[in-house]
Design a protein around this ligand. Structure first.
Ligand code: PLP
Length: 430
């Protein structure tokens, strides 16, 4: 699953004890495993190999330049959602013909920037957006390619309301009926070739079935549209593949692929291109957030473990009610965790509220969490923090952002330095 393991009762990232990283760069700090990133990219590519997909890593999940570059060097394309991410993709040396650009609110400047960068596809989210991109492409004397984002109206019951996107009542894409009208209105435009269909049904999706349902509907639509003479050569099935937040609780890449590949094989064999947009599943388990326990405090019946990080660096627990495994970096032998799970059956654990320093009641990393006994100064690791972690960090309460460190075997490298107080005010010195 990943390269974070306990050896001699302490946590290692690959062959590096995380305590050595904390000593070197301080806490809090995001720590990523290079080998895990590469393993996940290769594993998803090989699971879907029969489709020879264009894998577009979702930059928004973990966009550090060094990580994007690492993947770009493997031939990975990118899924972007802003001009800033187009910039990141370019800076990382991405083959821009493998870039897909999604998002409902692309501005004129962003569109021009992306067309000039010769990206592969725009994911088209509305009629008004189509008309605007077509107009800008025409003005620039370029031809762009569009993938119409459709809402197949399927959802995974386990996906949080804030991260489901495939239903009719969402700001993303258009429903299937409207998609037909969309092609009739715009399917023959020359400046913006509408030659692809895009899906992204939410995240994380904990089983292959919603994909099967959604892709089946998309393929029916493609057949119908082709019958009417529209040339559709690409299907982008989006991202959302679950990461293993709890050991073994999520489907493997091969489980998704076993269900999806047979559906898309005829489309592929017919000369079609298949795009995947994984983010979370590549990055989540490749990163941890290291934090130091500052204080222990009893509040009524609750025991609070107060850390030097919280919602300002990792907002998933409070924003999505997400569960992430948290464990000390050094433990007694009986507390080496056999797996990362909610129901760990180990003696001597204490139920704790793991909270941060921010002045908000919602500032927590975990509630009612069994934890081995910890003391002030102990190091804790928040696991599966690589995706939607650092990218969502804020400066709330004037807290500088933590550094990011990339581990490669027994070496590690700072890939983003810790911010300073001066960084906090730099843009205000006007
Ligand atoms: C966020 C997003 C993804 C990636 O989702 P993951 O859950 O990280 O795999 C893919 N495609 C689109 C359009 C997205 O918005």
């Amino acid at each position: 699953m990943d390269h974070f393991t306990y050896r001699d009762n302490q946590l290692y990232c690959e062959n590096t004890p995380v305590s050595a990283i904390a000593e070197s760069v301080g806490t809090p700090a995001y720590v990523y495993s290079k080998q895990t990133l590469l393993d996940h990219y290769r594993a998803i590519s090989s699971a879907f190999a029969e489709l020879d997909p264009v894998v577009c890593y979702s930059i928004k999940s973990c966009g550090n330049l060094h990580i994007v570059r690492l993947l770009a060097e493997q031939g990975c394309g990118m899924d972007v959602v802003s001009g800033g991410e187009v910039f990141r993709a370019q800076e990382a040396g991405t083959d821009m013909s493998k870039v897909v650009y999604a998002g409902v609110g692309k501005t004129d400047d962003e569109i021009e920037q992306a067309i000039t960068a010769d990206i592969g596809w725009f994911n088209i989210e509305s009629e008004a957006e189509f008309e605007n991109i077509a107009l800008i492409a025409q003005r620039l004397g370029k031809q762009a390619h569009g993938a119409l984002r459709i809402n197949p109206d399927v959802a995974d019951a386990r996906t949080h309301a804030k991260t489901t996107t495939g239903s009719k009542e969402t700001k993303f894409g258009v429903d299937i009926e409207r998609a037909r009208r969309f092609f009739h209105a715009y399917g023959r435009n020359e400046s913006l070739r509408l030659d692809a269909i895009h899906l992204h049904i939410g995240s994380p999706i904990y089983s292959p079935e919603p994909y099967v349902k959604a892709i089946t509907k998309a393929l029916e639509l493609i057949d119908e549209l082709r019958g009417e003479g529209f040339e559709i050569n690409t299907i982008d099935i989006g991202g959302g593949y679950a990461a293993d937040y709890e050991t073994g609780a999520s489907p493997a890449y091969t489980d998704y692929a076993d269900a999806i590949v047979p559906l898309l094989k005829p489309f592929k064999d017919d000369g079609g291109t298949v795009i995947l947009e994984p983010g979370r599943t590549i990055a989540a388990n490749a990163g941890i957030l290291l934090t130091e326990v500052q204080y222990l405090k009893q509040g009524g019946s609750k025991k609070f473990v107060i850390c030097d990080t919280g919602m300002h660096h990792l907002i998933r627990p409070t924003l999505y009610e997400a569960w992430q495994f948290i464990w000390p970096a050094k433990v007694a032998p009986e507390h080496v965790p056999a797996k990362r799970a909610k129901d760990l059956e180990v003696d001597g654990l204490e139920i704790s509220e793991i909270v941060g320093p921010i002045c908000e009641t919602g500032d927590y990393l975990a509630k009612d969490r069994p934890l081995p006994p910890v003391e002030r100064g102990d190091l804790l690791a928040v696991f599966s923090a690589g995706a939607y972690g650092m990218v969502m960090a804020s400066h709330y309460n004037a807290m500088p952002n933590p550094p990011e460190v990339l581990v490669d075997g027994d070496r590690f490298q700072t890939i983003r330095r810790r911010e300073t107080y001066e960084d906090l005010v730099a843009a205000e010195r006007v």
